[in-house]
Design a protein around this ligand. Structure first.
Ligand SMILES: [Mn+2]
Length: 461
């Protein structure tokens, strides 16, 4: 794999500084200060938890290790990274730490110093404003600050969100890798799934595949749901026996994290490798929802309009399948689609799976079924990376409520619905980067029925 070079921390700091200045902040005599995450232990024990850097700190430093601080001078455009000095007896447990020179070769900083030099550095720079995040402790800065140092905890989070929303080429390259590795793992699951084995085996296989290909961890806990579990949106038990009948579906929502950048991918496929009956009809509806959205997305498009477009295709499909009946206008007026497509179309993704910047400041949520869970409400811009994840599910509690409501029940063919209930649900999710004229799909797992069937037929079931 070709080296990407250093993570562009200084460019990110400059981008955040510009956002602060655009929001009315001063460039001269202002600094950004953040402390990176530290090791933590499980509950009241000394068992160390797996370490993962805090996303904002990673964005401004590229440091994946615990115990660092950063200081960025907006006027001087100077990024200083400051590791904590390791006490001599710690070396026995953790090994010899890299030297400042080693770190300088590894990270994109103007200067490396130890964290105990923070008070002296601050005294030398004498900034008037210190931007930081609300919960940031300032103990490492010492007590003898230059007088009149104003600590601003109000503006940095918004500036970071604005900067992180639009990915640069380095970030897109990392997300390409996260998607490539995760896509390969999804293919492995399709090939190795066996009727009557356990959801656990697929869960473990996904982790094994992405880890051995270079991901440090998963981007989120995988969802592996067989049969009716495919309709549980945040199912995470992943411990049930997989379906015993070949037409029954398995939904896998899983993604690896590569150098702190996430992939978020969902595929749904029949355990026996061939789509048939109600499962096939449902799959075709969801695939057409995704395709309709992908045809439209480009800079300037409103995300909520894409959600509504997916919803229209969903309702059309449910009518064609005779699950719903009546006039299309009335079906939308009564939000019948949200019974089957109850979540949002997708979200921004980056250092976090549900990344920052979904709602511009002051933008309210839309108080409508389905839409109120939309994780993003803004116009698409070049450089954003978003998930497109339509779904259609038969969720017993939502269906039972609808059938008990005489207004809603009038639009449902209860006998047809009963045939579809055992199918569970289908979701298809890809990560796409918005380009100048459209999008580029970072996810490469097959999703056409013929492709999935060919792929699964080539494996022995
Ligand atoms: Mn997602």
């Amino acid at each position: 794999m070709a080296s990407l070079g250093k993570y562009p921390a200084r460019a990110h700091a400059a981008k955040v500084a510009s956002a602060l200045v655009a929001a009315g902040g001063s460039r001269e005599d202002a600094v950004i200060y953040l402390q990176g995450d530290c090791h933590s232990c499980r509950h009241d024990t000394d068992t160390e938890q797996h370490f993962r850097q805090e996303s904002n700190f990673y964005y401004l430093s590229g440091v994946e290790l615990a115990g660092f601080h950063l200081l960025y001078h907006l006027g001087r455009e100077r990024l200083v990274l400051l590791p904590t000095r390791m006490p001599a007896d710690e070396v026995v447990w953790h090994g010899q730490p890299p030297s400042l020179e080693d770190y300088a070769g590894r990270y994109d900083a103007d200067e490396m110093r130890y964290a105990d030099e923070l008070p002296a550095l601050l005294d030398h720079w004498r900034p008037k404003t210190l931007y930081t995040l609300p919960r940031q402790k300032l103990t490492a800065l010492g007590t003898s600050w230059p007088h009149k140092l104003a600590v601003d905890t109000e503006h940095l989070a918004d500036a970071l969100a604005a900067a992180r929303l639009i990915k640069d080429a380095h970030e897109v390259a990392l997300m390409q890798l996260a998607n490539k590795i995760s896509s390969g793992a999804h293919v492995k699951l399709m090939q190795q799934a066996r009727m009557g084995s356990n959801e656990r085996e697929l869960d473990a296989l996904f982790t094994y595949e992405v880890t051995r290909q270079g991901c440090n961890q998963l981007a989120y806990h995988s969802i592996v749901g067989g049969g009716k579990h495919s309709a549980v949106l945040h199912y995470g038990l992943n411990n049930a026996t997989l379906p015993q009948k070949p037409h029954e579906l398995v939904l896998v929502d899983a993604g690896g994290e590569y150098n702190c950048y996430a992939a978020d991918i969902t595929r749904t496929w029949p355990i026996g490798g061939k789509f048939s009956g109600e499962a096939r009809i449902l799959y075709e509806i969801v695939l057409s929802m995704q395709k309709a959205v992908l045809e439209q997305i480009k800079p300037g498009v409103n995300w909520e309009d894409m959600h509504r477009l997916a919803m229209r295709i969903c309702v059309d499909g449910l009518v064609a399948a005779r699950i719903l009946k009546g006039s299309i206008d009335e079906l939308h007026q009564h939000h019948m689609g949200a019974i089957f497509f109850p979540h949002g179309l997708g979200h921004s993704i980056g250092l976090d799976v549900h990344d920052v910047g979904g709602y511009p400041k002051g933008m309210p949520r839309i108080d409508e079924p389905g839409l109120r869970y939309l994780r993003m409400r803004r116009k698409l811009e070049e450089g954003m990376v978003v998930t497109v994840e339509p779904g259609c599910y038969f969720v017993d509690t939502l269906l039972d409520d609808a059938l008990e409501d005489p207004v809603k029940a009038a639009y449902i063919n209860a006998d047809v619905l009963a045939c579809f209930r055992p199918v569970g649900g289908v979701r298809i999710e890809d990560c796409v980067v918005i380009t100048a004229n459209g999008y580029e799909n970072l996810t490469s797992v097959p999703k056409e029925i013929s492709e999935i069937e060919a792929l699964m037929a080539s494996a022995s079931h």
